[in-house]
Design a protein around this ligand. Structure first.
Ligand code: VG1
Ligand code: CO
Length: 542
């Protein structure tokens, strides 16, 4: 094996965001761009010598090329072993599981998640640590520092590796195991849930549509839902991963999964609809005629988890990201377990899960998961829902209505203003921050602010701190508005405005926009968003 040292110059834009480095695909294809970031990651973990890694991605354009590069760089580092998904495919939760199962030192996951794929769309790369979870903030800071200091990287000059045949091969002394991406993951799922009960549910005529959105969950859903669990063929749609996700946004929400939504709101609706995102860590749950907001789904799963074998003995606690609604907090209260509020991004759940302080975690952005891996897990959420429906013999709508009846309803919506000029978005955040000290007691659009802050977090396990994680405005009467800027976009800034209104004993079936109208007006008034950004309406509401 010939290893060459290639001299390079630093790129100044390789700062990882909420979930790794995400850029336009063409940026990643610029010579040395990917290599620099991979080399910086090796530097940040103290080199790759003697270590083992998991490697795979969501199959988007440039996935295969990037995998070949990473393999050759790992070999040059002296890595002992790399486990790669066949065809270069691994869903994010499956990669997390393989890291844990094999005791690997970490993993490289190639994905820009729900962002579109293709040469003119987005690409991404993130590193997960030995616990299977996204790199901590301390580690991503070290990676970024290394990207700024880099002058050269090492790479093996060898033929491309065959990724399409399961089996073992090598580059020099480094062993490469090409594995079926689905098998270990599907065994894990079988160990968590009552597959017999779910099989009986399908056998009894329960109907479902799972939309894989042309992304990575296709093979997983085909095998588990249609194969093992006996759902009729055709249950899984758009189930073959494609490099550009059929030219769509593989984002499981009512906007981008519109076909599924339309079906679920029609006469022909099956009993349940579900979808997952590009890399398989997000989920959308829809019942006949009813959409389950991700924040509610988290609360419902936590309240009913004991119905699945893996959680039979109860859960240790719940964690939710700050912008996620407080529905889960009420469940934690009722169960007598703690509820942690963390900054956005799965990396903040890792320490809590590792320390067994929580069992179930979730985010408003369609992410739910548990201690079975260290990532959110789309299919896991779908299977837990199925397990609950089977155990309770109820419909999605009934489970949801019953939950609201018991806990009250946190009406919720997220308004995204996309591709806003960065300076204008920053100006709006600065305008909000400038008012934080004086806001309490003031009224906006008829709502009085009870408390306002810029969310800061101290990790209760390792003591690390993260400041400026989003502006929280609490209003009289159980309303809340949160403002933050996205850390996953690739163009300008995306402002996320999260709106919530708690209704305890009142009407649980009112139109969401109507219930949130007052807090929306108040939030726009305090922030001066329309004037400062030039935007009057959000691009996406989820
Ligand atoms: C978004 C979501 C966040 C999620 C992150 C990664 O981040 O809001 O909840 O953890 O995406 O998910 P941001 O910074 O754009 O708000 V995924 O499925 O895109 O890896
Ligand atoms: Co994702």
């Amino acid at each position: 094996m010939t290893v060459k040292t290639i001299s390079t110059t630093a790129f100044n834009d390789q700062k990882p965001g909420t979930s790794g480095l995400r850029k336009k695909t063409r940026s990643f294809m610029v010579p040395h761009y990917l290599e620099n970031y991979v080399a910086a990651t090796f530097t940040a973990i103290g080199g790759g010598s003697g270590k083992s890694f998991v490697l795979g991605g969501d199959g988007r354009f440039f996935n295969r090329e990037a995998i070949q590069t990473i393999l050759k760089m790992a070999a040059a580092q002296g890595a002992a072993r790399v486990i790669v998904g066949q065809g270069g495919l691994l869903s994010t939760p499956a990669a997390s599981h393989l890291i844990r199962l094999n005791g690997a030192d970490g993993g490289f996951i190639l994905s820009a998640s729900h962002n579109p794929g293709g040469i003119d769309a987005d690409f991404g790369l993130k590193f997960n640590a030995a616990n299977g979870g996204p790199a901590s903030e301390a580690l991503t800071a070290r990676i970024y520092d290394a990207t700024l200091a880099i002058e050269s990287y090492d790479i093996a000059y060898v033929e491309d590796v065959n990724l399409d045949t399961v089996g073992q091969t090598r580059i020099g002394d480094m062993v490469i195991d090409v594995v079926d991406p689905v098998v270990d993951y599907s065994d894990l799922m079988a160990s968590l849930f009552d597959f017999d009960a779910i099989r009986a549910l399908f056998a009894g005529g329960f109907s479902m549509r799972f939309d894989a959105m042309h992304a990575v969950t296709g093979p997983y859903a085909h095998k588990i839902l249609e194969g093992t669990l006996g759902a009729p063929e055709g249950t899984v749609v758009n189930g073959t991963p494609s490099e550009d996700f059929g030219k769509g946004h593989p984002d499981p929400n009512p906007i981008w999964a519109k076909d599924l939504m339309d079906l679920m709101l029609s006469e022909a609706a099956p009993d349940m609809g579900a979808a997952s995102d590009g890399d398989g860590d997000r989920n959308m749950i829809v019942g006949k005629g009813t959409y389950v907001t991700p924040s509610d789904s988290l609360a419902i799963l936590a309240a009913n988890a004991h119905l699945a074998p893996a959680y039979r003995d109860g859960i240790a606690g719940i964690a939710r990201s700050m912008p996620t609604s407080a529905a889960a907090d009420r469940v934690a209260d009722a169960l007598g377990v703690p509820c942690f509020e963390t900054p956005t991004g799965w990396k903040f759940f890792g320490t809590l899960l590792d320390a067994d302080r929580v069992t179930i975690c979730g985010e408003e952005s369609a992410g739910t998961g548990s201690h079975h891996v260290r990532e959110k897990d789309g299919l896991w959420a779908v299977l837990l829902w199925l397990n609950i429906l089977a155990a309770r013999d109820m419909t999605v709508a009934q489970v949801q209505a019953d939950h609201w009846q018991r806990f009250g309803r946190n009406y919720y919506a997220r308004h995204d203003y996309e591709a806003v000029e960065s300076t204008r978005a920053e100006a709006m955040m600065t305008h909000l921050r400038g008012q934080l000290d004086t806001m309490a007691g003031q009224s906006f659009a008829g709502l009085t602010v009870t408390k306002a802050d810029d969310f800061a977090y101290t990790d209760p396990v390792d003591g690390s701190t993260s400041a400026a994680q989003g502006i929280r405005l609490f209003f009289d009467g159980g309303a809340r508005a949160v403002f933050r800027l996205s850390g996953t976009g690739t163009e300008g800034a995306t402002i996320r405005l999260y709106l919530e209104q708690f209704v305890d004993d009142g009407d649980h079936a009112a139109p969401v926009e109507q219930v949130l109208e007052q807090v929306r007006k108040a939030a726009l008034e305090v922030s001066d968003l329309p004037a400062l950004t030039g935007r009057n309406t959000p691009d996406v509401i989820t």
